[in-house]
Design a protein around this ligand. Structure first.
Ligand code: PSV
Ligand code: MN
Length: 397
């Protein structure tokens, strides 16, 4: 594949960054504060706009409603702030895990008054989505149980079906519902949507606009994630990704930091579906779900985006004709070699060229560092935090 074929693919490869990547979030053991961390939604949007300015491929930002919008907020005004920073609000993430009522789950909770509470929140999320012109609702539930016998697993399934159907019906027709799965945490005995198969069942049942969201961190050790991706695309049920990297089975490390070949293999399946199996992959939402506790947040986000582009570009380079021939000839060595040749190609010079063509700095991280943005916002934010006397940013990681 040459530049003329690769560059249009890169043009279409947009990645959504999350507001929570810019705030001081922590683990259950505590939080390490960074002076440049964003505390308000305006600061988070400014940071997301900065990432887009240097990368050219992050035009939207995911919001977590409870962390980013106060009750009664004018969401249209927030959308204008985003526009001022050159970006738009992308996926809307409701929060079903922080209110005290969710101790035993949200929509799967045996207590119906909790469903009413969750429903009210969901309706305000849909209203916010409409106001900011977002077409994506991204749902993750903390629901599950901690002990055998704690609740009836099938009744909980039925409660989940009920909520998702009702919310799907409440969505405007152009809106998509993404359903995310996670094998454990915060529940440790069973999770109500534990894996892609369960998410698929719920999405199929909810309605035609529901799809599965694959958070790369949310898999048990040894799970073949690219197979899940390939199957979901073939079934036209892949909605999008939350990118991060995992060492164990949870999220939050920087994408590609532990196992870049695994991410490459996911992108390879996506390109395979598009080029060999005639699947429409243009609607897949690529989103980052990371919060950075050690790395400076904007630098970490730029690093993530550049890594995603590199791994995507490598996957685009796979010689699919050669691969297909080797597969048909059951030539295992040559088939595997096709993937390795692409993976070990240094695509950074091509990406630099692509950026120059788009009037971007060839090295986004170096350019961002040279801009002095971090020192400037650190000073401003330290002083406004002192005046406000608090740090209201989200804290769940
Ligand atoms: C849950 O672990 C999750 O992956 C969901 O996507 C949440 O919205 C997000 O993390 C919060 O960081
Ligand atoms: Mn996630």
């Amino acid at each position: 594949m040459d530049r003329d074929q690769l560059f249009p693919l890169l043009d279409q490869f947009n990645i959504e960054t999350p507001t929570w990547a810019y705030a001081d979030t922590g683990t259950r053991f505590g939080k390490y504060l960074q002076p440049a961390a964003a505390s308000t939604i305006d600061e988070k949007l400014a940071d997301a706009g900065t990432v887009h300015r240097y990368t050219g491929c992050c035009p939207t930002v995911a919001v977590h409603v409870q962390w980013d919008f106060s009750v009664g907020v004018d969401a249209t005004a927030t959308a204008s702030v985003a526009a001022k920073h050159g970006i738009r609000i992308g996926s809307i993430n409701p929060n079903f895990f922080q209110d005290q009522v969710y101790k035993f789950g949200s929509v799967c909770n045996p207590d119906e008054s909790v469903h009413v509470h969750a429903h009210r929140h969901m309706m305000s999320c849909i209203a916010i989505a409409k106001a900011v012109k977002s077409k994506t609702l991204s749902l993750w539930f903390p629901d599950g149980t901690n002990y055998p016998g704690q609740d009836d697993i099938v009744e909980r399934k039925h409660r989940m079906h009920g909520a998702l159907r009702q919310w799907h019906e409440a969505m405007p027709p152009e809106m998509k519902m993404l359903i995310e799965y996670k094998p454990f945490e915060p529940a440790f005995y069973h999770t109500d949507i534990a894996d892609w198969g369960m998410a698929y069942i719920f999405a199929k049942d909810a309605g035609p606009n529901a799809r599965v969201l694959v958070d790369t961190g949310h898999h048990l050790q040894g799970q073949n994630i690219e197979q899940i991706v390939a199957l979901l695309i073939d079934e036209e049920m892949l909605g999008g990704f939350h990118f991060n990297d995992r060492k164990y089975a949870d999220d939050d490390l920087t994408m590609g930091s532990i196992d870049p070949y695994a991410v490459f293999r996911i992108f390879h399946e996506i390109r395979n579906a598009a080029e060999l199996h005639d699947r429409d992959v243009s609607d897949i939402a690529y989103m980052i779900d990371q919060s950075h506790n050690l790395k400076p947040k904007i630098e970490a986000t730029i690093q993530t985006v550049a890594t995603a582009q590199e791994l995507y570009a490598k996957a685009c380079l796979v010689d699919r004709k050669k691969l297909r021939d080797a597969q048909m000839a059951t030539n295992v060595i040559d088939a595997e070699q096709c993937l390795k040749d692409a993976f070990f190609t240094d695509v950074r010079p091509m990406l630099q060229e692509w950026r120059k063509k788009k009037n971007l700095e060839p090295d986004p991280l170096a350019a961002y560092r040279a801009s002095g943005y971090e020192a400037k916002v650190s000073a401003e934010r330290e002083s406004s935090r002192t005046t406000r006397g608090s740090n209201p940013s989200g804290s769940y990681a």
